[in-house]
Design a protein around this ligand. Structure first.
Ligand code: F6R
Length: 259
């Protein structure tokens, strides 16, 4: 099962995951990162620039999890714009080495296959950062997504559109469709790091970590992965049945294991 790390707050989680990314980049400057968008990964992205300063990031690569379909890439809330603003520019990365699935309507029918090929050509993803939706989605794999799915177009649930309306003028402006790495794509990454903060995520986190493995809660796919780490604050951990064990186990974790 996933290793659960309960931290006091989102900033601590950001530092912990950023330290692990730095460890990877020191060992291999050509590390391939899987990048989530939304609010959850921001503490990681905020902690990274100072920690990566002085390291060679010219060979670092990134693959975003998902993109809205039909939203112009120049829109400030397109995930291309978000990744450029939050990751590429602050870290001084080469934008050509940080890919986001194409949500352009022209060519959308082969955009998923193109993205899968690009990930394979890069040698796969070393560390995949994940958030989780209140309905249990990871990437934009909404309930019912196949565990074998690869990058493809999905229809967002009304719940997800309402959750993401805060980034737009109204819920009606949130695109109906997205293109997202599949659960099968995500499960191929070598290390999954799922972050969640706040009471609103507690139920989804409990389902993903301790519930049955089911397509009805796509985040539960992480239970199938040999190296999955879940980093949560106390509020997001509040419905975990074995929280005391996770605290005990992390307190006694051998240092050589890393995150
Ligand atoms: C974003 C993504 C989504 C979000 C999830 C949580 O790339 O793939 O799974 O991680 O919707 O969003 P936030 O972090 O905004 O609560």
């Amino acid at each position: 099962m996933a290793e659960v790390v309960i931290v006091p707050d989102a900033a601590s989680a950001g530092r912990l995951v950023a330290d692990e990314i730095v460890r990877l980049v020191r060992a291999n400057p050509a590390t391939v990162l899987g990048l989530a968008t939304g609010s959850t990964p921001l503490p990681v992205y905020e902690a990274l620039p100072a920690r990566l300063a002085g390291l060679d990031v010219s060979r670092l690569r990134g693959f975003a999890l998902d993109e809205y379909v039909g939203l112009d890439v120049s829109h400030p809330e397109s995930y291309r714009s978000v990744i450029d603003r939050e990751v590429v520019e602050p870290l001084g990365l080469d934008p050509a080495r940080v890919r986001v699935p194409s949500g352009a309507l022209d060519g959308i029918e082969h955009a998923g296959d193109d993205y899968e090929e690009a990930i394979l050509a890069a040698g796969g993803i070393d560390l995949q950062i994940l958030g989780i939706g209140t309905d249990g989605h990871i990437g934009f794999n909404e309930p019912g997504s196949s565990f074998a799915s690869l990058t493809r177009v999905k229809t967002l649930t009304q719940q997800t559109r309402e959750d993401n309306a805060r980034f737009f003028d109204s819920v009606d402006d949130v695109p109906m469709h997205c293109i997202t790495q599949g659960l099968g794509t995500i499960l191929r990454a070598r290390h999954l790091v799922l972050l969640a903060f706040g009471e609103g995520k507690a139920e989804a986190v409990a389902g993903a970590v301790e519930g049955p493995v089911t397509a009805s809660l796509p985040g539960s796919a992480i239970q199938l992965h040999p190296h999955a780490t879940v980093v949560v604050d106390e509020a997001a951990a509040s419905r975990l049945r074995f929280a005391d064990y996770y605290r005990h186990s992390y307190a006694h974790k051998p240092a050589w294991q890393g995150l």
